[in-house]
Design a protein around this ligand. Sequence first.
Ligand SMILES: Cc1cc2nc3c(=O)[nH]c(=O)nc-3n(C[C@H](O)[C@H](O)[C@H](O)COP(=O)(O)O)c2cc1C
Length: 174
Amino acid sequence: MAILIINGSNNDTSRVNGVAIYIKDALAKRQIAIDEINVHTLPAEVLIHADYTSEAIHAANAKVAAADTIIVLTPVYKASYSGILKTYLDLIPQKGLVGKTVVPIAVGGSHHHLLVIDYALKPVLAAIGATNTTQGVYIVDKQIERTADGFAIEEAITARIDEQLAQVQRLQTV
Ligand SMILES: Cc1cc2nc3c(=O)[nH]c(=O)nc-3n(C[C@H](O)[C@H](O)[C@H](O)COP(=O)(O)O)c2cc1C
């Protein structure tokens, strides 16, 4: 089982990273390897100019190709996924998500944009070939607290993330 996180947050302090850290820890405890693409660390020029020829994009796309499960993390911006997430999704090959299980997770400032996963994120993932997308998890940012040594996530949310990870593991073992 090869899992990849595509993290569409804009910086390392975003609470979206609390979710990434939680998932990496949870999988490490189960000795499951996980790789990560932090979109905000890819070269901005490459993303803005949609430069398919860039080595950085080839390397990121190789991680996508190698993964059987992809967890897509995004903050909710203007009732949708983040713009920088889209700049990278645009550079994944046309059918780059075919055959992969995709877990969408969004962090918004309120419950008002709860449907962002179904109405915004899932359609673009489907356009890149994802047909096996889990229900996903919508998190309100106040459910993730910044702490002195990182982030603390409400138990109700970690339970839902755990359920998604368990579902992915079940799919990989059948
Ligand atoms: C430019 C911008 C637009 C945002 N638009 C929305 C929105 O439309 N709906 C929503 O629920 N939250 C919105 N938010 C709130 C963020 O989704 C939320 O604060 C973020 O996921 C977590 O914040 P953090 O990155 O500061 O930890 C927006 C935040 C910013 C900065």
